[in-house]
Design a protein around this ligand. Structure first.
Ligand code: ATP
Length: 328
């Protein structure tokens, strides 16, 4: 069953550019310079119930704009969206109760109140029965290790603690679908891992559907099975995370350790030299010829140790982000 269905989605922003300088500003008062920005250009995809999908792209690629359209915050300028059987821009009450959107850079909790007060407000807004509210709050605050902080003013909490409270607020009404826009931005390593572990548990136990944007590769590999990549408003990749590396040429890294010095000029004939610190080197080669290159290296060089690995996800994404307008 599809939770999200998107077909030919477009969003063009109309805005006025403010010119520099006093005379230009004055002229602009009666002759405004209108500009258009095509932030999302004709994208189509479906997401099934229970899937966890990463929505990736360089800065300004169109991720937040798409998420805002999926959650009904922005109206599309073209195309069709169906989320949980609703048209998001109609903002029906029944629709709002079934999903949550969490933006790492925007906080919804009232900073001067303790988190528990904001949670009680959420309970009223979403009409959550008291026993269910108490049960959910106890579970969420316990798993996220913030039970002892519920009655402290939100502005006195650390960034990580506040983010965990935001996550609780987003989950109290038991949404079936979660839009997470940079949920771990600014969090330290431990808090990032705690939030990711918690989301993994949520997916396993509650079969929740998640669409996640993040520039943090650890978040993505920890949680997502499928990746959508948007570039300049166009969808350029939609497949399993494991296919991302293979689709981009399936590069492999060969790590060599040798007793004798390794010279980059010499190694260059086998593949692209990524690192070389005299006795250790790392080469990047096409996946299709990795075995042959490895055999050649073993024949030609006195190798002490050798290992083959897949390049990090960041490298595949860098290749994808820097390709212009090509669908993989
Ligand atoms: N209200 C607006 N008016 C005009 N242009 C806008 C508006 N909102 C976004 N844009 C432009 O649309 C493009 C896509 O923006 P969007 O916020 O969706 O990018 P993003 O992929 O989420 O980027 P980031 O990773 O930096 O958050 C950008 O070029 C941005 O400048």
């Amino acid at each position: 069953m599809n939770v999200i269905e998107v077909e030919g989605l477009c969003k063009t922003f109309k805005f006025y550019r403010k010119p520099q300088g006093l005379s230009a500003s004055l002229k602009n008062l009666w002759q405004r310079q209108v500009e258009y920005k095509e932030a999302v250009k004709d994208i189509s995809f479906n997401i099934e119930k229970g899937q966890v999908v990463a929505f990736l792209g360089a800065n300004g690629a169109g991720k937040t704009t798409t998420m805002k359209m999926l959650s009904g915050i922005l109206h599309p300028t073209g195309g069709k969206i169906e989320v949980l059987g609703h048209t998001p821009s109609e903002r029906e009450e029944q629709f709002k109760k079934r999903f949550s959107i969490l933006m790492g850079q925007k906080h919804q909790l009232w900073p001067d109140l303790p988190a528990i007060d904001s949670f009680t407000l959420c309970q009223r807004i979403y009409e959550i029965p008291t026993p269910l509210f108490k049960q959910r709050l106890a579970r969420l605050s316990e798993v996220l290790c913030v039970s002892h902080l519920l009655d402290i003013q939100v502005r006195r909490l650390s960034l990580g603690e506040r983010m965990k409270m935001e996550l609780i607020a987003a989950l109290l009404h038991g949404p079936e679908l979660l839009f997470l826009d940079e949920p771990t931005i600014g969090l330290d390593f431990l808090s990032q891992r705690a939030v990711m572990r918690f989301l993994q548990q949520l997916v396993r136990e509650d079969n929740i559907t998640i669409l996640l944007t993040s520039h943090n590769m650890a978040d993505i590999s920890a949680l997502c099975e499928r990746v959508l990549v948007i570039q300049n408003g166009q969808l350029v990749f939609d497949d399993d995370i494991t296919h991302l590396q293979n689709s981009l040429g399936g590069f492999r890294r060969i790590h060599i350790e040798s007793e004798s010095p390794l010279h980059s000029d010499y190694l260059g004939r086998y593949g692209k030299v990524i690192n070389n610190d005299i006795h250790r080197a790392e080469l990047e080669v096409d996946g299709g010829i990795a075995n042959r290159v490895l055999q050649q290296l073993l024949n030609d060089i006195m190798v002490k140790d050798v290992r083959v690995s897949t390049p990090p996800l960041e490298d595949s994404l860098e290749r994808l982000y820097t390709r212009r307008g090509q669908v993989v």
